[in-house]
Design a protein around this ligand. Structure first.
Ligand SMILES: [Zn+2]
Length: 101
């Protein structure tokens, strides 16, 4: 689902204030959450020196070996190409051609 170089958009305000809803990012790295909850975490190039983190899914704590990389849970993001509003597309397709000019 997530891959390096993918365009993504934040869909909620990050609790630590690192970013707000609607900001664009590019996926740099992906990994499984260290707490063992099997969700993904995404690195978008932001840094953090917080070494003790809480998983947003399990509420379990874990510590970062490399504190400079700020991993965010995947629930904060959606791929940009999934953000197209389907109803808008359908409306456009159903319009007579002359109205599209
Ligand atoms: Zn977790």
């Amino acid at each position: 689902m997530w891959y390096k170089g993918q365009d993504i958009v934040s869909v909620i305000n990050q609790p630590d204030g690192a970013f707000k809803e609607g900001e664009l990012f590019v996926v740099q790295k992906v990994r499984k959450c260290p707490c063992g909850c099997k969700t993904n975490q995404i690195y978008v190039g932001l840094s953090s020196d917080i070494q003790y983190k809480l998983c947003v899914h399990s509420n379990k704590g874990y510590s970062e070996k490399r504190g400079s990389i700020f991993w965010h849970n995947e629930v904060f993001f959606r791929p940009l190409d999934e953000m197209v509003d389907i109803s808008e597309l359908v409306e456009m397709i159903n319009k007579p051609r002359e109205l599209l000019k």
